[in-house]
Design a protein around this ligand. Structure first.
Ligand SMILES: C[S@@+](CC[C@H](N)C(=O)[O-])C[C@H]1O[C@@H](n2cnc3c(N)ncnc32)[C@H](O)[C@@H]1O
Length: 262
């Protein structure tokens, strides 16, 4: 047998199906990395420790990092590696027209007057949500110069995917047929979003817990859906306060996902 660094050993197995007894000491204690990751991103793996361990072992193996201790040291000292870890451990599942009634609610409010509105989508993940907002505004007859749509996410790879704007059937399944044909180009099994929609949004890699996030400006409407589900109760409250501090008018609600409930 070979261990996950390719060295011959007596009893190691590949990381994916590793049992606790066969994990070398160097890959047993996930606590320090889990603690650091939560402190940096807000994301807790408290109830998914074995998933975290198996993912971290793979992360280390691919990069020839010999232990969790070394991994943490390197991540702390290397911004690129830290970003890779964040990209690796965040969940980016999203789809178009998700809880569309909330988007429609904002569209209806925007239509009421002719002011320019600033809308923040934090997090945007692979773009489905922020593009759904852009499409809904245009479909309602709101001119492009009437809104600024800013999307952020901690996962830089997810945002690259968003910039590309190429989606699978699974992501677009809720879009009405006439909207799909209007704003997407089908190429084989993929759906490519039109430049017209892509140009309506600005995307930026940001962590909501970093000071730079708070300097992004003020927003009339904020969507923050399906991110808080990865935080514990205390962190949810902290995240909510940060988001509220970016609202122009506290009378406007922040749109959370139904699973984010406090
Ligand atoms: C499941 S996606 C939700 C995407 C979209 N809002 C939706 O509802 O379809 C959750 C996103 O939260 C992002 N995220 C997690 N922690 C974050 C943080 N501290 N700052 C910014 N984004 C974060 C993840 O990278 C991931 O893309």
């Amino acid at each position: 047998m070979f261990n996950f660094f390719g060295k011959k050993t007596q009893n190691s197995a590949p990381p994916e199906n590793i049992s606790d007894r066969s994990i070398p000491e160097d890959f047993n204690d996930i606590e320090p990395i889990a603690f650091y990751f939560k402190a940096e991103t807000g994301i807790t793996f408290e109830k998914q420790q074995s998933i975290l361990k198996s993912k971290l072992i793979s992360f280390c193996k691919i990069r020839h990092i010999p232990s969790f201790k070394k991994c943490l040291e390197q991540v702390k000292n290397n911004q690129r590696l830290k970003q890779e870890l964040i990209n690796y451990l965040t969940t980016n599942e999203s789809f178009f027209y998700r809880e569309q009634h909330q988007i429609q609610d904002v569209v209806n409010k925007v239509r009421l007057n002719d002011q320019v509105v600033n809308i923040l989508c934090a997090p945007s993940s692979t773009g489905e949500e922020i593009y759904s907002i852009a499409i809904a505004l245009l479909e309602a007859g709101v001119a492009k110069d009437r809104f600024n749509l800013i999307g952020i996410d901690i996962n830089s790879e997810a945002l690259k995917h968003a910039e590309l704007g190429i989606y699978n059937q699974r992501n677009i399944k809720n879009i009405p047929a006439h909207v799909l044909t209007k704003y997407f180009n089908k190429k084989e099994s993929k759906y490519c979003l039109s430049n017209e929609i892509k140009q309506c949004v600005r995307l930026q890699t940001e962590n909501i817990f970093t000071p730079s996030f708070k300097t992004m400006g003020k927003f009339d409407y904020i969507f923050s859906r399906n991110m808080l589900i990865y935080f514990d109760a205390e962190t949810k409250i902290k995240a909510r306060q940060i988001l509220e501090s970016l609202l122009n008018d506290n009378k406007n609600p922040i749109y959370f996902g139904h699973a984010d409930l406090f």
